[in-house]
Each structure stands twice: as structure tokens, then as C-alpha cells.
Design a protein around this ligand. Structure first.
Ligand SMILES: C[S@@+](CC[C@H](N)C(=O)[O-])C[C@H]1O[C@@H](n2cnc3c(N)ncnc32)[C@H](O)[C@@H]1O
Length: 282
């Protein structure tokens, strides 16, 4: 069993150290991009925005007014959703560096009165019950030390009829062999993940927390191209040099990109996209 505070400190440090270089080189979104068949020429940044749009379309999101971005990075999605819907957004992250940067970005965008950020653990959210009509969690669930508690918290802060969009790194369903487990252990160590689950396991966990209308889709094929593009750009000598200057945490993170690329190729890692609704009517 992972020690939550040790894990959270590791996650905070990882993002404190790596978020600056990520933003400089790859931009404000710290998530995969989305490519349909035949869209090989689509650039990475457009693909990252497309992922957000595809999620909103797939989950049939109407007009949210109060959004929680659980695991907000430097506020890429938070600001995008605030602008798209004119909604208020609260973003939470474990990283003080990310939080400060997200606040500065909200300020520059003229959105600091409607978009707020704070450092807090999503397993211990400081929000009132039934505060949000949309909870958005994009590639943060894999870090959570207790997945059931995280989903319980999402359920608690949602208004009746509110929606959760939960996108997370998953492992393939079924028995994992020793080699699979070793690969996963390496990914866990480098990216500060306690464990991940399969898509069907997450569906079951959502239903156990009281969610209804649970559905999921595997977008591994649509997103896996992301890692080759990030690896290619990291091999640019100026980027490589900057990565090296950041020290071991960032260097290991960069090397593990190959591991992610190959894990998708052998079907071990799955890009799980889930949605669920809190019973009731908005
Ligand atoms: C890969 S980044 C994704 C950022 C953002 N969702 C995006 O798409 O740009 C993962 C984020 O999850 C946050 N996170 C991880 N565990 C968390 C926890 N227990 N509570 C709050 N945030 C957490 C990290 O601090 C980081 O901001």
C-alpha cells in the first residue's frame, strides 16, 4: 500500500520541476492529443484541443456553469472550458508551481474573477457538497492513491444530475503476466503512480460510488501517436539540452516516454475515457 503523503510529495515535486519545461516546449496542455484515421498531419497542439472537444462531444456536455478541474496542471483545460462556456472553474493540483502558473495565466486571460486555482489533494477536497455541474478529470486519476475515494469525492461535489468526465491511463483488462507487471512498475515509479486499473474496473468503481449512466470508450488508437511526436521533439538538440539541465527527475520522465509508446504498442496501457452522472436532474 502506498503512503499517501510520500506519494503526493513526489507528485508535487515532479510537476514543480517539470511543468516549466513542458510548457516552454509542449504548451499549456499536459494531456494526450486526439487523431482520427487519416489525420497524421494534424499537429500535436491542435490534437490536444481536439481531445477536449471530442470529450465534450462524446459526453454530450451542454452548458455547464460551475466546473471542477480535478488535477488541473497549469490550467490548460480550466481556462479553455471557462472561455468556451462562460463558466466558473475551480482547478486543483498538488503542485504549488503549477498553481501559481495557472493563476498567472488566468490573470493574463482576464479570467481571475471566475477561474480559481488552489493546491489541494483531490482525496480531501475543500469544496461544499453539490457545488459543480461538471467535474473534469483529465489524466490525473492515475496519480490518485485511492481511486474509490477520489470518485467518491467527485460524486460528493457534483450537483444531482451533474456529470463526471474521467479520463485516465488504464491497464488492459484481464490477467497481467510478470513482464506486464514489471513494465507497469517502471511506469509507476517514474511518473509517480500508485497503481492503475482496467477500464471495466473503473466502470464498476463508478457504479459502486452511486453514479449512473456510466459509460466508457477506449481511445488508445486515437491518442497513442502522441508519444512518438513528443519523443521526436525532445530529440531536438536545444530541447534535449534543456531536459538534461533539469536533472534526474525530468531526464527519467523523458526516457520513460519510450516506455509509454511501447506500452501502447503492445496493448498494455489503455487510454480510458469514462463518463458518469450523479442521479437527479440539474
Ligand atoms: C498529467 S497532469 C494533467 C494536467 C491537466 N489535467 C491537463 O490535462 O493539462 C496531472 C495533474 O494531476 C494533479 N494531481 C495528481 N494527483 C493529485 C491529487 N491527489 N490531488 C490533486 N491533483 C492531483 C497533478 O498535480 C497534475 O496537475
Amino acid at each position: 500500500m502506498v503512503n499517501r503523503s510520500v506519494l503526493n510529495n513526489g507528485i508535487a515535486q515532479f510537476y514543480d520541476i517539470s511543468s516549466g519545461i513542458w510548457e516552454e516546449v509542449w504548451g499549456e496542455h499536459m494531456h494526450h492529443g486526439y487523431w482520427e484515421k487519416g489525420e497524421d498531419n494534424k499537429d500535436r497542439r491542435t490534437a490536444q484541443i481536439d481531445l477536449i472537444e471530442k470529450l465534450l462531444e462524446w459526453a454530450d456536455v451542454k452548458q455547464p456553469t460551475a466546473i471542477l478541474d480535478a488535477g488541473c496542471g497549469i490550467g490548460g483545460s480550466s481556462l479553455y472550458l471557462a472561455q468556451r462556456y462562460g463558466a466558473t472553474v475551480e482547478g486543483i493540483t498538488l503542485s504549488p508551481v503549477q498553481c501559481a502558473r495557472a493563476q498567472a495565466r488566468a490573470q493574463s486571460a482576464g479570467l481571475s474573477s471566475t477561474v480559481g486555482f488552489q493546491v489541494c489533494d483531490a482525496l480531501d477536497m475543500p469544496f461544499a457538497d453539490e457545488q459543480f455541474d461538471l467535474v473534469w478529470s483529465l489524466e490525473s486519476g492515475e496519480h490518485m492513491s485511492d481511486k474509490a475515494e477520489f470518485l467518491r469525492q467527485c460524486f460528493r461535489v457534483l450537483k444531482p444530475g451533474g456529470k463526471l468526465i474521467f479520463v485516465t491511463w488504464c491497464c488492459r483488462d484481464g490477467q497481467l503476466d510478470e513482464r506486464d507487471k514489471r513494465w507497469l512498475e517502471a511506469i509507476y515509479r517514474i511518473y509517480y503512480l500508485p497503481y492503475i486499473l482496467s477500464i471495466p474496473s473503473y466502470e464498476a468503481l463508478l457504479a459502486e460510488q452511486g453514479f449512473e449512466k456510466v459509460s466508457s470508450v477506449d481511445w488508445s488508437k486515437q491518442v497513442s501517436r502522441f508519444w512518438s511526436l513528443v519523443i521526436d521533439s525532445a530529440l531536438d538538440p536545444t530541447v534535449l539540452w534543456r531536459v538534461l539541465l533539469q536533472g534526474p527527475t525530468v531526464i527519467k520522465g523523458a526516457l520513460a516516454m519510450q516506455l509509454m509508446r511501447r506500452s501502447y504498442a503492445r496493448g498494455l496501457i489503455k487510454f480510458g475515457v469514462l463518463q458518469a452522472q450523479k442521479p437527479g436532474v440539474l
